[in-house]
Structure formats: C-alpha cells, structure tokens
Design a protein around this ligand. Sequence first.
Ligand code: FES
Ligand code: FES
Length: 156
Amino acid sequence: MSDTANISVTVNGETTAAAVPVRQNLVDFLRNTLGLTGSHVGCEHGVCGACTLEVDGAMVRGCLMLAVQADGAQITTVEGYGDRAEALRAAFVEHNALQCGYCTPGMMASALEYVEAGGQADRAAIREHLSGNYCRCTGYQSIVDAVCDVIEGESA
Ligand code: FES
Ligand code: FES
C-alpha cells in the first residue's frame, strides 16, 4: 500500500489537490501543507477542541480526522468564516473573551455552530455546547457573555 494518497479539498472556497501521507491528520495537513495555521493543535486526542473546524457543514476535530478522509470535502477554517462570524468576532473583542488566543479558533467554531443552529441565550446551554473546548485563560465567563450578546443582538 502506498504511503501517500491524492486528495482534492476545497478549503475556504479554494480547491486544492495534494498528495498526503495516509496517516496525516486533517489539521496537520491544513497547517503544514496549506499554511492555514489558524486551526490550533493542543492535545491531538480529541479532547481540547483547539483544532475544531468545519467539514461539509459539521464542526469536527481536525486532529481526529485523517486528511484522506476529507477527500472531496468543503472545509472552512477560522481564516474562512468571513461575515458569518463577524458578530462573534466583535463580541469576543468587546468582552475580552480571549487572552492567549490558543483556544479561540476552536471556540469560535463551536460558538458559531451554536448560534447558527438557533441556540438560545441560555448560559447553561451555551456552556454545555462549548464544554468540548478547553480554555486555560478566561474562566469561560466572558466567552459565554460574548455568545449571549450575539444571540440577543440577533433577536432584538
Ligand atoms: S488538538 Fe484536537 S481536540 Fe485537542
Ligand atoms: S484564551 Fe488562552 S486558552 Fe483560551
């Protein structure tokens, strides 16, 4: 069996073909081959959420998916959320919902998923939804505040 496989993926609207090591995970491919370093790598075991990104409309752990499994997929990373995340970005800044920023790309992905699914400004529900994203700096309060603000702003 070959150690590499040819894949074609569309990342943030741009289609790329590449030969990837069959054991390389998706987040390493995005970071190391495509230079999209916005998706972070923490635990590499599906626990911390730093690598969370969107594949075919679902938020997934980039460390738990092989690059070859993404063949043919539409992928969006923090570099590509664009207008979809404008309100969240502003709210994160306003509430100081990031400090070192390491968790932020994954946190934004999960928060965006919650908001776009029509999630309510319910602090417990937001905490539950973000519970797979670890933050060592903020204590989460400001992150929950930011997500609440976005939802309340949209429903006002
Ligand atoms: S690096 Fe993927 S969940 Fe931690
Ligand atoms: S802002 Fe540092 S880990 Fe969340």
